[in-house]
Design a protein around this ligand. Structure first.
Ligand code: P6P
Length: 338
């Protein structure tokens, strides 16, 4: 095998050697890689087996739980709970924190994830993804972690990343020393380094937002989107609107090409005044990735990674992508936030 081929497992090992780890974090990451392979295999044949459609359940978000959602959730939980490196987990699909079964040892890491974001698109063959966030435990002792271990600010993440299940399956992650992407070669079942040291352009030409909600947005958001399309925008007209309705797919494209993704606060649903996306396992991990790639993530008023979380399923406005574009949005949001 060509020695220049860097598999994800090799990258994890080399990172461990570089930072002198004992291998505990490496085994957490390796299990996420294993789970990603399992979910990828299932997603790629979702149309062939009776795994589509709904379980009839609804999750804490009140959303119909697709069979693939439930399947992916169980795969990630079961890949992590027995290795003795994790003390607590949280998932979009679970109301409360996920404790490690008594029969298994507990470890130093906290893992939170959206097991299959965008799964409402799965019947249409649209790319979907897993998003994950990893912290060191704050609670003392070697037993189960607690909810405070999960409610840490995003700037203290130990690692974060996502897997996009698309034309290919790509695993993208950071441990705070840049961002790397690996593409799954299904022939050998290995992720191979395909996007080394990802950097997002400081300004893009793509904006991603659900324009159908225009009348529900605050004034600052309406003014910003109008500006992007107006002759006043002499910087990079015209911007292209690209919105797939699948966060991981929209984010991944903008990370590679440059651009801004916006899911701002809106008045569409009084139960979700701060927008639809969740802080702990969507906004924070993607914010960590984008900042490590030279971008920025904001609510429009403050840096996502600085937010002190209040609860597991807290929602935040998410404005994320090329730094100059996000900073420009902040100007519109702040001057209208009266
Ligand atoms: P809307 C998918 O359900 C999701 O959570 C994200 O993947 C996506 O960015 C967003 O919702 C789309 O929401 O309100 O535009 O349909």
């Amino acid at each position: 095998m060509n020695e220049n081929i860097v598999t994800l497992e090799r990258h994890i090992l080399e990172e461990q050697r570089k930072y002198g780890g004992r291998g505990d974090f490496s085994s957490v990451l390796s299990q996420l890689v294993f789970a990603a392979k399992i979910v990828s295999a299932q997603v790629s044949k979702a149309g062939l087996v009776d795994i589509l459609g709904n379980t009839g359940d609804t999750n804490i978000q009140g959303e119909e739980v697709q069979k693939l959602d439930a399947y992916a959730n169980n795969v990630f939980i079961n890949a992590l709970n027995y290795i003795g490196r994790v003390c607590v987990m949280a998932s979009e699909e679970e109301r409360d924190i996920i404790l490690i079964p008594d029969k298994y040892p507990k470890g130093e890491y906290v893992v939170m994830f959206d097991p299959l974001d965008g799964s409402s698109n799965v019947d249409a063959g649209v790319s979907i993804g897993t998003i994950f966030s990893i912290y060191r435990r704050k609670s003392k002792g070697s037993g189960n972690g607690d909810v405070e271990d999960c409610l840490q600010p995003g700037y203290s993440q130990y690692a974060a990343g996502y897997i996009i299940y698309s034309t290919s399956t790509i695993f993208v992650y950071t441990t705070g020393a840049g961002v790397n992407g690996f593409t799954l070669d299904p022939a050998v079942g290995e992720f191979i380094l395909s996007y080394p040291d990802i950097r997002i352009p400081e300004r893009g030409k793509i904006y991603s937002i659900n324009e159908g909600y225009y009348n529900y947005w605050k004034k600052g958001t309406r003014e910003y989107i109008d500006y992007l399309k107006s002759d006043e925008n002499t910087i990079k007209k015209p911007y292209s609107l690209r919105y797939i309705g699948s966060l991981v797919a929209d984010f991944h494209r903008n990370l590679l090409y440059g651009g801004i993704f916006l899911y701002p606060e809106d008045t569409k649903d009084p139960k979700k005044p701060t927008g639809k996306l969740r802080l702990l396992y969507e906004a924070n991990p993607l914010a960590y990735v984008v900042e490590q790639a030279g971008g920025y993530a904001s609510t429009g008023y403050e840096r996502i990674l600085d937010i002190k979380p209040r609860d597991l399923h807290q929602r935040v406005p998410l404005i994320i992508g090329s730094k100059l574009d996000v900073l420009e949005y902040e100007k519109f949001a702040k001057r209208n936030n009266m």
